[in-house]
Design a protein around this ligand. Structure first.
Ligand code: FAD
Length: 351
């Protein structure tokens, strides 16, 4: 593989596809930190995630929870850690691509170069090296199949909160019994004009402290209640019919928006068909440089299992693995380049 330096890339000008030095699949903490290190090592870097936002498990499963074991942060909210990781990676202006799941990873010839081709259903990306930081897999929200749900999805019916502004001063129905539903009730209580929470079971899976805080807010909590149908007019949600699944009692609520937080499915899915040597069904086998059996393809974070060790699925482990993978990719791209990046404190970095 030939050595590259930033700025000397085959670009779209001559209609040859743009080739990146280092492409990260997955914008969880491991992928984001790898993007920072790849930038530090002057690699042209792209980060691709199936989700519409960065953060992986931190953004999807526990944005409002404190994390206590990130070095240098006695405690930090998961969503704040994501914001800081994006800020840190952005120092070197990588390309971020959201909402695309990588389906295929194959070899391709571009010009006179052999590179990796990453295929999604809409686009193809090319890269000299690849980091798989797919964690527990691409997240897909569990959906509720009720009359009106599909019709108003994205326009009054939401499975993610991408932009809190769409819920500003809205009468909101939140559905779910886990941390995400409860955390959104707490987060949006002064933002929405009114919130009702329904959950189909008596018991909640959410953290006890969050539930205690929720009970203090006075937000109506209805259990065991479920959504029956969504009502709308002129393309907007106007109400919802809910029912008690024990007694059959029904109620009509006047609401402007419905937020469904009934969990996510995560599956490695396509990753399993890329010809990788797996340690088990959820972990890719890597060597001490975080390289897989495919040359120039690395893995880090929850998805990686280092030969002779056991996966320790923690953010801090993923950070270290990400740094090793990015530096190893640099050394591979430019034979003679050192694995050791130098001390960042001694480098001249962008302000
Ligand atoms: P992930 O965070 O899983 O991110 C992977 C990303 O890859 C996702 O965004 C996904 O959409 C994307 N992706 C997957 N497949 C594809 C594909 N084919 N194409 C495109 N994108 C794809 N750890 C700690 O250290 N401390 C804690 O306090 C802590 N608390 C936790 C609390 C909870 C409730 C949970 C569930 C986990 C907690 N963890 C904690 C674990 C920690 O969140 C994980 O170790 C960490 O998120 C792993 O990071 P990652 O970057 O490897 O993967």
């Amino acid at each position: 593989m030939r050595a590259t330096a930033r700025g000397c890339h085959t670009g779209p000008m001559n209609s040859v596809p743009e080739i990146y030095d280092f492409t990260v699949i997955g914008a969880g903490p491991a992928g984001l930190f790898a993007a920072f290190y790849a930038g530090l090592r002057e690699m042209k870097t792209k980060v691709i995630d199936a989700l519409p936002e960065p953060g992986g498990q931190l953004a999807v499963l526990y944005p409002e929870k404190y994390i206590y074991d990130v070095p240098g942060h006695p405690k930090i909210l998961a969503k704040d850690l994501v914001r800081l990781l994006v800020e840190q990676a952005s120092m070197f202006a990588p390309t971020f691509v959201y909402g695309q799941r990588i389906e295929t990873l194959t070899r391709a010839t571009v010009g006179d170069e052999e590179v990796w081709r990453l295929g999604t259903v809409t686009e193809t990306h090319y890269s000299r090296t690849v980091l798989i930081a797919t964690g527990v897999g691409a997240f897909v929200p569990n959906k509720l199949d009720r009359p009106g749900m599909a019709e108003f999805e994205g326009n009054g019916v939401y499975y993610f909160v991408k932009d809190k502004n769409v819920l500003r001063k809205k009468r909101l129905l939140i559905i779910g019994g886990g941390d995400t539903a409860v955390d959104w009730c707490l987060n949006l209580r002064d933002w929405a004009s009114e919130i009702t929470l329904i959950h189909r079971r008596e018991g909640f899976r959410a953290h006890e402290a969050s539930l205690a805080a929720l009970r203090l807010t006075g937000i109506p909590i209805l259990v065991p209640w479920e959504l029956k149908r969504v009502h709308g007019e002129d393309g907007r949600v106007t109400g919802a019919t809910i029912f008690n699944n024990r007694t059959g009692e029904e109620r009509d609520l006047e609401v402007d928006a419905i937020l469904v937080n009934i969990g996510f499915k995560a599956a490695l899915g396509p990753v399993l068909s890329w010809g990788l040597s797996m340690a088990d069904s959820r972990h890719i086998r890597v060597d001490g440089f975080m390289e897989t059996n495919l040359p120039g393809v690395y893995a880090a974070g929850d998805v990686a299992a280092v030969e002779g060790s056991e996966p320790l699925n923690l953010i801090v482990t993923g950070f270290a693995q990400a740094a090793i993978a990015a530096n190893a990719a640099r050394a591979r791209l430019q034979p003679g380049a050192r694995l050791f990046p130098g001390h960042s404190s001694e480098l001249k970095l962008p302000a």
